[in-house]
Design a protein around this ligand. Sequence first.
Ligand SMILES: Cc1cc2nc3c(=O)[nH]c(=O)nc-3n(C[C@H](O)[C@H](O)[C@H](O)COP(=O)(O)OP(=O)(O)OC[C@H]3O[C@@H](n4cnc5c(N)ncnc54)[C@H](O)[C@@H]3O)c2cc1C
Ligand SMILES: Cc1cc2nc3c(=O)[nH]c(=O)nc-3n(C[C@H](O)[C@H](O)[C@H](O)COP(=O)(O)O)c2cc1C
Length: 761
Amino acid sequence: MRIACLGGGPAGLYFAISMKLQDPSHEMVIIERNRADDTFGWGVVLSDETLDNLAANDPVSAERIREHFAYWDDIAVVHKGVKTVSTGHGFCGIGRRQLLILLQERARELGVEMRFETDATEDTIEQYRKEYDLVLAADGLNSRTRQTYAEHFKPDIDVRACKFVWLGTHQTFNDAFTFIFEHTEHGWVWAHAYQFDKDTATFIIECSESTWQAFGFGEMNQQESITVCEQIFAKHLDGHVLMTNANHIRGSAWINFPRVLCERWCYENVVLMGDAAATAHFSIGSGSKLALESAISLANCLHSESSMQAAVARYEEERRFEVLRLQSAARNSTEWFEQVERYLDLDPVQFNYSLLTRSQRISHENLRVRDPQWLESAERWFQTQAGNPDSARAPMFAPYQLREMKLANRVVVSPMAQYKAIDGCPTDWHFSHYAERAKGGAGLVYTEMTCVSPTGRITPGCPGLYAPEHEAAWKRLCDFVHTETSAKLCAQIGHSGAKGSTQLGWQEMDAPLAEGNWPIMAASDMAWSARNQVPKAMDRNDMDRVRDEFVSAALMADRAGFDMIEIHAAHGYLLSSFITPLTNHRDDEYGGSLDNRLRYPLEVISAVRSVWPAHKPLSVRISANDWCGDEGITPDDAVEIAKRLRDAEVDIIDVSAGQTSTQAKPVYGRMFQTPFSDRIRNEASIATMAVGNIYQADHVNSILIAGRADLVCIARPHLADPYWLLHVAAGLGDSEVEWPAPYRAGADQLQRLAERSEGWI
Ligand SMILES: Cc1cc2nc3c(=O)[nH]c(=O)nc-3n(C[C@H](O)[C@H](O)[C@H](O)COP(=O)(O)OP(=O)(O)OC[C@H]3O[C@@H](n4cnc5c(N)ncnc54)[C@H](O)[C@@H]3O)c2cc1C
Ligand SMILES: Cc1cc2nc3c(=O)[nH]c(=O)nc-3n(C[C@H](O)[C@H](O)[C@H](O)COP(=O)(O)O)c2cc1C
């Protein structure tokens, strides 16, 4: 084949090498606008895993690269003057210039033609396309090839919020990838520093746009801006200067990171690779890895598939998944740094933990493998904060107190509708279901949404707290749970609003009943969907009546013996229909601004708080994101909502999301709602519960130590396994967890089996 590689960076060079290794008869030409030894930037990071992949592809260049590596194992974080070091992270760095020289050498040996100082222009790119069988567009971040065929590749470029500049220094940061956070008169500025040869380190400096503006970096030339940076980091540089190797760039050389995605990577015989196709933020150090591994993949596909079309299609399919996976980790990491000011007041231990787990690629147990001692010290710190200084148990087993309610651990059985009530009355189903979950070890067990009136029910199977027999049935449960277990019970009370009078969960969810529908009401006369009834827009009398029903339900919950109460103001039900602008179209003082939309929910909350005993906590569940863009509630709004709730003496926010509109476009994933809890907890200074696709002890522990929530709700896993917490404890080797006395023989066997990594599943 005759192939032109536009761009002689890692992608272009390594693809040319890989093709020549597969078949020396290929004619490979690299078109590079720079000179052979020009390079901008300093060191790059590769992992051991990437090196192994390179060695399997070309042992010769891999060995040469390996010889030039600087290795380090530690991550050091300097924050509030405290340096915290954890180990076992295993990275290696190499100068970008060195890497390119080695790859050029190897390419030359294999007969690749390299045309330096040759700029690929729109016209020449089109010419190459005609002249060569394949054109590899490896022309980097600002790829001209991608721009030339933008209508086919459909790039999506998201310019991120922080400003950064890539500098170098002869100060050494041996053995540690070092993050330094410095507070200045204009805000926080931080550095990512790592050694890449024996006397040079990369020193990337980053800050928020507003800090950057306040310093006036935009008006400075490079040397002026470097002088300011040297002053900011003086105590970490030991007299060494900061250096730029981007003298060719006019102006300050600070940029915003562009996250590049492309809908397609192939257009006829043009194929995108490396930064031209997709970028991953430098804070996870994976850009060169992606470029090199994509080069291997395309070379392999071109030799294993029957046609070039099939090969490029396979390459795109194979690499897209891996790239998206890394981009998702990179997005988490980018956002963490963009929002770092939220975390800077955390204790240094918690801050460090949050930083290490920021991309969600490193889990709690992963950290234990890397640095067991450091993790143990972090776990002890967490237990000490929880008032248990002598405990070395995992964070999920730390106690927690809200008002006078003391929880044995941080795991919550999330509210889950059972649809088994008869005329609002809980049945034996509820008794056995909730009693089993309370025996299962979670510190706090929620009831499902328990409705404040018959017409406030979601379905005919929903339970209530509006008749004496309801109170009696719930009391029977509370008495049992309090006598036989150490779990606490929370009643979630709510009104269905526009989503009422609908079918049971396992029938057609949210669809109206076949018969026997009852009248419904909501903030506005807007039906949940075209099939549902149009609710009555509530007038003042309705509002007073429903508020009083909430109060009456709270009084019953107290008499029944519930330890805590939660007002359901999420998921599109009545109170949620006031909060979100998607369903609140009122033009009175209960519609319009966020303050107006919160007015009625706050009236209800205050009325309930005034009768709910002062020693018992009150929670509110909210949808922190309508998943409808700026039209609906956004995570920013959720922070404001949480502040208002905090001021209304709400003790904790149960942070859910969505289910407020049929138009929502949620982005699911592991722990997908936890970032909302994190923001609320750290920006609105109120305790939170995280919920949503959290199913492993590992998730729970990392959410807690990183300070992303105070309690963690587990819903569906508790349907599959009432004893989720006890089973998880056995898996963690925790024998202190309290099993019901009659079950202890079973617990002993389970724990023994777990020690031998055996079980029955
Ligand atoms: C601050 C910063 C830190 C980074 N740190 C790391 C790290 O630690 N680890 C890591 O793996 N990655 C890191 N990266 C990313 C990494 O540098 C890139 O992801 C990687 O180099 C991508 O390789 P590439 O070949 O696709 O593109 P590039 O390396 O950008 O190469 C593109 C080449 O194309 C040439 N070119 C561009 N346009 C034309 C044209 N019109 N005609 C001819 N030639 C052209 C350029 O001169 C360049 O040589 C970092 C990036 C930045 C910005
Ligand atoms: C069957 C079922 C019923 C639910 N009922 C309620 C409910 O009554 N009130 C509520 O706030 N959330 C309810 N939810 C939502 C859960 O509390 C939880 O937020 C959601 O399932 C995400 O958590 P998970 O990923 O751990 O399942 C229900 C979820 C399920 C699966």
